[in-house]
Design a protein around this ligand. Structure first.
Ligand SMILES: N[C@@H](Cc1c[nH]c[nH+]1)C(=O)O
Length: 373
């Protein structure tokens, strides 16, 4: 006997019921079809992996965010996946190491978090995305952002905002242009991420303050960033961002926040976050990164992950109009024909089944579908 009520799930987990689960599947299909149409082959990575190797691939930040358990079979600690991108990287550089590059792969699945984010109670989160392995050029980044936006559009999302960032900006500047001792880099990145001018000053990193101003609508913010970059150290990156932004013209509003690093643990020169009007939380994120193989060599990649749960929870596929009640004794061949015409048939199993209570807008009467009373 247990004291846990049967309808209680652990915090952050949930079931999806009809009709929400069906709507979610439909939306997922629409987004995956977009990825498939651009040549991204579907992979289904495993739910769990050895914690040690998964954490190593996820960038240092990830380790304390993984849900772990000890596996009596292998005797090792396993982790439930927290990000499918790193699994795709593993597959691409191991079992698909010999596949032609660039290698386009797509995925959909649940990822798990040890702790929920402050404003999002879920710990089991749908992640759907695409990874372009073997290339992190401007062309690759342009394709990835465009495909991500197209997938959101296929899910009915309007007024999309793509917020660009330069995830390795501080490391790059700290080397030469705005020198920083290596032990301060992380602290400066954190203050910039929090837009904390006082914190930057306290760290003696005043030189980084102007970066906080280079934020906002893309054209203006990029010009400000260019003005700060007197040595031209960032010129190729800024040119890259401009090219990506140009290709997206009319598809999304582009903004720039070059110091945003939240959620960009492993991305390199380019990162982006996708928002849409009516959704407070980001709907997706992506960028360029490198995958490290077991022998220490590296492979470039670019990709995105969408987090579509908020979209799935909003819509409701009202199908009552299409649900047709079939009284006892209905000819199975007739029923099959009706399904072929698009009806959802609900067959009576005994005389007590009730069309209305079973959510049927229609009932088969004398061979014809008539509205239920
Ligand atoms: N998986 C990353 C986004 C990403 C995909 N590819 C590259 N970056 C995330 O969810 O934050």
């Amino acid at each position: 006997m247990t004291n846990i009520p049967s309808d209680l799930l652990p915090e952050g987990f949930r079931d999806r019921l009809p009709p929400h689960a069906a709507s979610a599947a439909k939306l997922t299909r629409a987004m995956l079809d977009v990825l498939a149409s651009h040549g991204y082959g579907r992979v289904e990575p495993s739910m769990a992996e050895f914690e040690e190797t998964m954490a190593a691939r996820s960038g240092g930040m990830m380790r304390n965010r993984l849900l772990r358990f000890s596996d009596p079979v292998s005797g090792h600690t396993l982790a439930l996946r927290g990000d499918i991108t790193v699994q795709v990287g593993r597959i691409a550089t191991t079992r698909l190491a010999d596949a032609a590059r660039p290698l386009r792969l797509s995925y959909r699945g649940h990822v798990l978090r040890l702790k929920a984010a402050p404003l999002r109670p879920e710990r089991e989160i749908t992640q759907l995305g695409a990874e372009l392995i073997g290339n992190d050029s401007v062309a690759a980044a342009s394709e990835i952002v465009a495909v991500a936006i197209e997938a959101l559009e296929a899910a009915g999302v309007k007024d999309i905002i793509a917020d660009f960032t330069l995830p390795d900006l501080v490391e790059l500047l700290a080397k030469d242009a705005l020198p920083l001792p290596s032990e301060k880099i992380d602290a400066v990145r954190t203050e910039l991420d929090m837009k904390d001018a006082g914190g930057l000053a306290a760290l003696g990193a005043q030189a980084y303050l102007p970066l906080l101003e280079a934020t906002g609508p893309f054209a203006e913010a990029a010009a400000k960033l260019e003005a700060i970059d007197s040595d031209g150290l960032l010129s190729s990156r800024i040119a890259g961002l401009r090219e990506i932004a140009e290709r997206l013209e009319g598809r999304a509003t582009i903004t720039l926040d070059p110091t945003e690093r939240h959620g960009f643990e492993y991305q390199s020169w380019f990162g982006f976050t996708l928002f849409a009007r009516g959704h407070a939380a980001a709907l997706g994120r992506g960028g360029t990164y490198t995958i490290t193989r077991d022998d220490g060599s590296e492979e470039a990649a670019t990709g995105f992950s969408l987090y579509p749960d908020p979209l799935m929870d909003g819509i409701l596929d009202a199908d009552e109009d299409k649900r047709l009640f079939l009284p006892l004794g209905t000819d199975p061949a007739k029923a099959a024909r009706l399904r072929g015409e698009g009806w959802i048939t609900i067959a009576a199993l005994d005389g007590h089944d009730d069309a209305r209570r079973l959510g049927c807008g229609h009932i088969l009467h004398n061979g014809r579908a008539v509205p239920t009373e």
